[in-house]
Every structure is written in structure tokens, then in C-alpha cells.
Design a protein around this ligand. Structure first.
Ligand code: 6PG
Length: 249
């Protein structure tokens, strides 16, 4: 689909309302995917913003999702132990994964216990390719839904401005260094080729510090695409921005 897909923009009074609306969308997408494809592949975003959403999915929305048919992945991870306060897995585990009846084999965590970030990236890429290859030889689609956040300088997942990983056209997972102003330094991230094969990408963004970058991405995507990785995300079928009004509008 590429750049032609117009983003849907949904603005809410606050993060709580945006998160409720996104939770409803995830329930709908999960039902559709399970009905059409027998399973729902969901890639989690990290950072702090999704905490409210994950708590909602673990509570008032949980019974509406067939967790046995859900497979969880991570869009990026910091090179820290899986129970470290900075771990994206730990945040999702504490707020959601530990509270839902999901089969352990459906939880596809980035293996930070491996010797090096590079080996962990290679291993995770093998996991992803095996999971999606089951469906079709030439993998044209990956996750049913990929959740993403945005940093105030335009990064998404651990795809930071100016990093050579943005030129990657074949690898699906890479070990990267985050800029010094955004520790932890060592990270593993999905690349644009695998993110852009998602059926749908939903951004969830809140905070006045993100207003400038969100406005440029949504109002001047061509210029934003020159420097903001979040502007380079173009899923196959659906791109929706869930925003609190302090971040846009
Ligand atoms: C990470 C995230 C990252 C995050 C943005 C926004 O590992 O840091 O994957 O891409 O989504 O940095 O983070 P906040 O939600 O904390 O503002």
C-alpha cells in the first residue's frame, strides 16, 4: 500500500479516553483476525504511554478477546533483563500479560538473555519469519496490529532519526544504539520492512512535548518523512492515530 494510505486521526480529551477507544478497536480487530485467519498477531509498543491501554485490556476489555488465539510480540526492547524496570516486556507483563489466560507459547518475547543484542535480533527474526511463513511463502503480511508510540524527536519503536537501520530493506529485526539522550543505549527493534507489512498500525500518543512532531507528521508527511521515523510507517491496510488533545488538534 505504501504512502498512499491516508491516516485516520482520532483526538480525545485525554489519554484515558484515547486508550478506551483504542482498546475497543483492538477487540474489534482481534475478532476480525480470528474469524478470517484463525489467530491475532499483536505487536506491543513500549515506553510509558501504553500502560493505561494495557491495564484496560487486562480488565474491562479482557473477556471480549479470545486470548487463546492471540500471539503477542514486541516492537522493540531495551537490552536489560526481562524483569528490569526499563524493560518493555516487564511493563507489558506487569500491566497485562500476567493477568490474562494466554498460552505461554503465544508470548513471543525478545530474548534479552542471549549473549549479545545482535544474536537476540537474529533469533527474534527467525521467530517472526517462522511464525508468518506458516501462512504464506512470500510473506506479504505480518502482524494484524502493531501498536506504536512516538518520541518527541520523531522516533518510533527503537528507530531513531538518522540511524542507518532506517535504510534497512530486508532484515526484520536489528540491534541498534539509542542516542545518549534516550537511554538505555543498546536496543533491539523491528525494522520498517516488517512493521510496514502489518495489516494495521495504531499510534497512541499523549503529551504536549509531542505536539510539534505529531503536527508535522500529520500535516506535512512528505517533509516529516525526511527525518522522522514515525512518518515512515505505512502499513498495508489501516493507519490510525489515537491522540490526546494536548498532543494534537
Ligand atoms: C521505547 C518505545 C518507544 C516509545 C516512545 C514513546 O522502547 O521507548 O518503544 O518507541 O513508544 O519513546 O515513549 P513514551 O510513551 O514513554 O513517551
Amino acid at each position: 500500500m505504501g504512502e498512499s494510505l491516508k491516516p485516520e486521526i482520532r483526538v480525545f480529551t485525554d489519554l484515558e479516553n484515547a486508550s478506551h477507544s483504542l482498546a475497543e478497536m483492538i477487540v474489534e480487530e482481534a475478532c476480525n483476525a480470528v474469524e478470517k485467519r484463525g489467530r491475532f498477531g499483536l505487536a506491543f509498543s513500549g515506553g510509558k504511554t501504553p500502560r493505561v491501554l494495557y491495564n484496560l485490556l487486562a480488565s474491562e476489555y479482557s473477556s471480549r478477546i479470545d486470548w487463546a488465539a492471540v500471539h503477542l510480540f514486541w516492537g522493540d526492547e531495551r537490552w536489560v533483563p526481562k524483569d528490569h524496570p526499563d524493560s518493555n516486556f516487564a511493563m507489558a507483563y506487569d500491566t497485562l500479560v500476567s493477568k490474562i489466560p494466554i498460552p505461554p507459547q503465544n508470548i513471543h518475547r525478545i530474548p534479552v538473555e542471549m549473549e549479545t543484542p545482535e544474536k537476540a535480533a537474529d533469533s527474534y527474526e527467525k521467530t517472526l519469519r517462522a511464525f508468518f511463513k506458516e501462512r504464506e511463502e512470500e510473506i506479504s503480511h505480518t502482524f494484524d496490529v502493531t501498536l506504536l508510540g512516538v518520541g518527541k524527536e520523531g522516533h518510533t519503536a527503537s528507530l531513531f532519526p538518522g540511524n542507518s537501520v532506517l535504510e534497512e530493506e530486508s532484515r526484520w529485526v536489528a540491534a541498534v544504539d539509542a542516542p545518549s539522550f534516550f537511554p538505555p543505549k543498546n536496543r533491539i527493534t523491528l525494522t520498517l520492512p516488517v512493521i510496514n507489512r502489518s495489516f494495521a498500525v495504531f499510534f497512541l500518543v499523549s503529551g504536549a512535548e509531542k505536539r510539534k512532531v505529531v503536527s508535522l507528521i500529520l500535516e506535512d508527511p512528505e517533509r516529516a518523512r525526511e527525518s522522522y521515523p514515525a512518518a515512515m510507517v505505512h502499513p498495508k491496510e489501516r493507519l490510525v492515530w489515537y491522540l490526546s488533545e494536548d498532543a494534537y488538534g
